[in-house]
Design a protein. Structure first.
Length: 319
């Protein structure tokens, strides 16, 4: 069945499908990274992808076409500008949140679980437990919170050749404050809508009781259990990486980081101020610990990418 929606859909999404885990992601001019991101997450256990192109001008369609034909990817042209403020002075929706809501509506009743992450974030398996078995442990929860592991530039001024997973192996210490942030795997039937990229509005059961949010150990996380600065559900008091985490390659190379901020600005406000950018870069660019955990996937990942026979652009060709 073709989806009817705001924006143009490339490909077909069949509502009769039954996925254990689907992923939602919005991107802009990321063709050079999309194939790695999709292939890696297929290896980990993601079964379908809702990918939203926001004003992209590179060859992302060419890169994604094989996955669209195999019905592994639903590509949505999400081409509307950011609204910083809604009428009346309140904060208006921006493309990331509205894309998440769009995917949520279409995956509700179709996917048992939905993960919403960015193109620079990778679901990372930290034990022998599969994502399927991990999520079985949390049936009954509306959302499972997974902490970030923040990675730095590895000293790269410009985008290097090769994969993100092989080029960026240095991260901040586990105690780095940004690692308290989370991304979430949700049960679409127990969530109403997205509040922001990190948290969701919870639904209620027949008795009017709010569905629970848990950390990776199954411990309930509520506003009452939170401490500063996470009085909402966008982070956890303790950083846990026992079973899964989200590797966040927020910097990548210095060149890519500056380009990202010039195009996107600060997500919450749209600010593109150079002073804010430089302060953000200095604070976030952590290269304290050599972490080679993801290198075990590189050879297999490269073989999978080569079999697609797609030509992905270099950074210089796109930008």
């Amino acid at each position: 069945m073709t989806i009817v929606m705001i924006g143009r859909v490339i490909g077909i999404f069949t509502t009769m499908a039954n996925f254990n885990l689907a992923a939602c992601m919005i991107f802009r001019d990321e063709a050079h990274n999309l194939q790695e991101w999709v292939e890696y997450h297929m290896m980990i256990g993601v079964e379908h992808f809702f990918l939203y192109s926001h004003l992209s001008q590179d060859n992302y369609r060419e890169v994604l076409q094989p996955y669209i034909k195999r019905r592994q990817v639903t590509l949505v042209e999400w081409n509307f500008p950011r609204r910083r403020f809604a009428p009346g002075g309140g904060r208006g929706p921006f493309p990331q949140v509205t894309a998440y809501d769009h995917a949520l509506e279409r995956l509700r009743g179709t996917a048992k679980w939905m993960m919403a992450i960015d193109s620079d974030e990778f679901l990372t398996k930290m034990s022998d437990l599969s994502i399927t078995d991990f999520l079985k442990r949390h049936e009954g929860a509306a959302a499972v919170l997974l902490n970030w592991a923040m990675f730095g530039t590895n000293g790269h001024k410009t985008r290097p050749e090769g994969l993100v997973l092989e080029n960026y192996t240095k991260r901040g210490h586990k105690s780095f404050d940004k690692n308290h942030h989370v991304k979430t795997i949700i049960d679409p039937t127990r969530i109403k809508y997205s509040l922001d990229p990190h948290q969701w509005q919870l639904g209620c059961n027949e008795l009017g009781e709010t569905y629970k949010v848990v950390d990776e150990h199954g411990t309930p996380v509520t506003r009452e259990t939170q401490t500063e600065p996470f009085l909402n559900l966008s982070g956890t008091p303790e950083v846990s990486w026992k079973y899964f985490r989200i590797n966040h390659y927020a910097m990548r190379s210095e060149e890519e980081f500056k380009w990202k901020i010039s195009q996107r600005g600060r997500l919450s406000s749209g600010v593109r101020n150079d002073e804010w950018r430089d302060q953000h870069f200095k604070k976030q660019n952590r290269n304290d610990v050599e972490d080679t955990h993801m290198l075990k996937y590189v050879s297999t990942l490269k073989r999978r990418i080569e079999t697609q026979n797609d030509v992905t652009p270099t950074w210089q060709e796109v930008h």
